[in-house]
Design a protein around this ligand. Structure first.
Ligand SMILES: *Cc1c(COP(=O)(O)O)cnc(C)c1O
Length: 373
């Protein structure tokens, strides 16, 4: 039933009573253009994790049509999917290089982001066996302490250029740990360390900025920008109005309406008690659909101009809402659990997570529909 790859409003299959994830590809393209206007240099699109749950097979062609010619994914199998929709684009692998991905890298012309001396050695060996130079990116760690070359590795490389023999370095990148906190002292510290490292690296396009850093001062917006989240409408400037367009709406159906007397509890562990005679809307959407269980008793959904409080625990396939003040809610009605009226960033706050996890969690079960919101 999924309409992956198609997206005319007329050709939409019905989700029946199942949860439905509507994805607005025009808004994704609009967000690309908005970010593009903020950055003079090259810009890549990060489409890892199936384009943050929106569906890479649908998102990549739209970004390609908008002008994207550089894509980042995490794994080679994700890169292979991107390659099918972007024949002449650069495609880089953020998770680095593992030899089990060699064949896919070669077959699909994927460029790993090399972040350690063993990875560099493995890619160099592959290039030697192929008898030609192979493109790659280098990742310098400047304070994230997750992936990337340590200062000692940078020194080792600088002291022995043969270590990069056969590696065609297209870009040298780093990643900021605090980009969404503009005045955090780690930002200038990481920038200074990056500049120091660049002096010892092969001349190549630098890259620092993911979504949030595109909203930092100009010195962070050098070379290749590589936003992901902001393309999908996640707010890159927390605490300030979101400059981007919403791209998704998740709706689910009311499976049952029931009246409970004051004093009754609802759901597992009885964590919510009716203080008054209450009308409970049980909705077909739960944590197996990607709704976060931690939002129990804290969240809300949107129905026709107003919010319904989320009450009780989120179950695997069902969630309960207080519809006492909305007698117009009917059996089978669709309510919005995530979308323009209930932004992913807000849902994330209820669940103690970020909007990235809210979106990537939606990948599996809801029926995806590609049409305007
Ligand atoms: C995921 C990722 C990005 C994209 O980050 P957003 O915050 O989604 O824009 C950029 N660079 C690296 C190294 C990443 O892992």
């Amino acid at each position: 039933m999924n309409q992956v790859g198609t997206w005319s409003a007329g050709a939409v299959a019905s989700a029946g009573g199942r949860p439905e994830l509507t994805i607005d590809l025009d808004s994704v393209a609009g967000n690309w253009r908005l970010l593009r206007a903020r950055h003079d240099g090259a810009m890549a699109a990060v489409v890892k994790a199936d384009a943050y749950g929106l569906g890479a097979a649908a998102v990549v062609p739209v970004l390609y049509a908008a002008g994207a010619r550089f894509f980042f994914v995490a794994y080679a199998h994700e890169g292979a999917l991107v390659r099918a929709h972007a024949p002449d684009a650069a495609i880089a692998l953020l998770n680095g290089f593992d030899t089990f991905e060699s064949e896919t890298c070669l077959a699909c012309d994927l460029w790993p982001v090399l972040g350690s001396l063993p990875e560099i050695a493995a890619w160099r060996a592959l290039a030697r066996r192929q008898g030609r130079a192979l493109p790659a990116l280098l990742h310098v760690d400047t304070g994230m302490n997750r992936l990337g070359l340590a200062p000692a590795d940078v020194e080792t490389l600088a002291g022995d250029p043969a270590l990069l023999a056969g590696i065609d370095v297209r870009c040298v990148m780093t990643h900021l740990a605090h980009a969404e906190q503009p005045s955090h002292p780690a930002n200038p510290r990481q920038l200074a360390r990056f500049r120091a490292a660049l002096a010892h690296m092969p001349a190549a396009m630098p890259s620092i900025a993911a979504s949030a850093a595109l909203f930092l001062p100009a010195e962070y917006r050098v070379g290749l920008a590589r936003p992901g989240a902001a393309l999908y409408g996640i707010n890159p400037v927390p605490g300030r109005p979101n400059p981007l367009r919403p791209t998704v709406r998740l709706t689910a159906c009311v499976a049952q309406l029931r009246d409970v007397p004051a004093g009754e509890t609802v759901g597992y562990n009885g964590i919510w008690t009716a203080r008054r005679p209450s009308r409970i809307a049980t909705v077909r959407f739960g944590y197996a659909d990607g709704y976060h269980r931690a939002a129990g008793n804290r969240g809300a959904a949107f129905f026709d101009g107003a919010r319904l409080p989320l009450i009780g625990r989120v179950s695997m396939d069902l969630t309960t809402f207080d519809a006492t003040d909305r007698p117009d809610v009917r059996l089978g009605d669709r309510i919005e659990l995530i979308g323009p009226a209930v932004p992913p960033d807000e849902v994330a706050a209820w669940a103690g997570t970020n909007a990235y996890e809210v979106l990537t969690a939606l990948g599996a079960r809801p029926v995806r529909q590609y049409r305007p919101l």
